[in-house]
Design a protein around this ligand. Structure first.
Ligand code: SF4
Ligand code: SF4
Length: 360
């Protein structure tokens, strides 16, 4: 039996928001060219599927897509900005087992400024509360941490705890997917300090899942200091993305879109075993973008589990009596930056931001 894969289905590039870190809303897909249920039927068996966009709930036939995907996927999580409360609630009534991740970019004012939606926070929060009140089990926040919202990181984590929800973090990335190449963290030490506070709260909890989330956030500090990924990236080997046009890609982090094949025109086996797919895999092997997004890190954390597990044991148990279990200065690069051995310009030059002087 073929190995089950980890897939992300980008059902649309249309979006009702105008986030500061993503220009996707400026280059939407047209409804008539978006991936159909017929193409979705051709996807392989998956152990995990993420449905995303754009804003996936813009598609009025999302329920049909989810119904089809459940025939081939063990677990489905939908990423959304949470604006279309009624549509989300309606879908969850039919699929109470589905996971919902609502991106909230900070407390009310910050969220609405970053998201470009006047009522974004209230809509997202109301959706979250409604889902919890309905008894949905797999509901959570997602936050893209940046200079503007870093102080809201721990307060938002506390809210997620009160509501007994998952709390997923990310940081700024540049790629064809975000139609953005100028994202960068400016005040790295302040942002890292906020991550450090979150990591310590996660390590202080009694939940093994949260201890591993602490490791993920440690990886984000490493990422914003433009360092090599803590774990190998195996995207396109047992993981794939498919976009609204049916193009299958390794991930959403590349500068230009990399295409392994098109599922509207090919069968899955033909596409997955094609020369084009092999050529993309070769590129992935020497990719130096060092993304740290959950889509590429979660499969790597499962595959190379000993590495995060060792980190967890060290910080959770060996540091048991320490007041602070984790310090960002454990990372040599953070110490070097604090001590002036590495400059901001040098770190900027190693980032994927194309606006930095050194990268021009
Ligand atoms: S980040 Fe998401 S919600 Fe924001 S504009 Fe991009 S696709 Fe829309
Ligand atoms: S590091 Fe991995 S996820 Fe990022 S662009 Fe390269 S292959 Fe894609």
């Amino acid at each position: 039996m073929a190995k089950k894969l980890n897939g992300t289905v980008i059902v649309t590039y249309r979006c009702n928001a105008k986030c500061t870190m993503c220009n996707r809303y400026k280059v939407p897909s047209k409804p008539e060219e978006e991936i159909t249920v017929e193409t979705i039927r051709k996807l392989p068996e998956m152990y995990f599927t993420n449905i995303t966009g754009g804003e996936p709930f813009i598609r009025e036939d999302l329920k049909e897509i989810v119904r089809e995907l459940y025939k081939k996927s063990d677990r489905i999580v939908i990423s959304t900005n949470g604006f279309f409360t009624d549509r989300i609630v309606d879908l969850c009534k039919e699929f109470p087992q589905v996971g919902i991740r609502i991106s909230i970019e900070g407390l009310e004012k910050t969220n609405n400024e970053i998201r470009g939606l006047d009522d974004g926070f209230n809509r997202g929060y109301t959706t979250l509360k409604t889902l919890v009140d309905m008894g949905m089990k797999d509901v959570g926040f997602g936050m893209t941490v940046q200079d503007r919202n870093a102080p809201d990181l721990v307060p938002l984590y506390e809210i997620s705890n009160e509501l007994d929800m998952e709390f997923a973090t990310a940081s700024l990335h540049n790629s064809f997917y975000f139609v953005e190449s100028n994202n960068i963290i400016h005040d790295r030490l302040t942002v890292a300090e906020n991550f450090e506070n979150l990591i310590n709260r996660l390590l202080d909890s009694n939940s093994p899942k949260k201890w591993f989330r602490a490791y993920f956030n440690h990886g984000l500090i490493n990422y914003i200091f433009s360092q090599k990924r803590l774990l190998p990236c195996d995207m396109s080997f047992d993981t794939f993305f498919i976009d609204p046009y049916g193009d299958v890609m390794p991930c959403n982090g590349t500068k230009e879109k990399e295409v392994m094949g098109n599922l509207n025109e090919q069968s899955w086996d033909e596409l997955w075993n094609s020369q084009e797919a092999e050529a993309v895999r070769k590129k992935v092997r020497c990719c130096d973008r060092n993304c740290w997004m959950i889509g590429s890190v979660s499969p790597a954390m499962h595959k190379y589990i000993w590495k995060p597990a060792f980190w967890v044991v060290k910080h959770k148990f060996l540091h048991f009596f320490k007041k602070k279990k984790y310090s960002m200065y454990e990372n040599k690069i953070v110490r070097d930056y604090r001590d002036g051995k590495v400059t901001k310009e040098q770190l900027d030059a190693c980032s994927t931001c194309e606006n930095c002087t050194a990268n021009k």
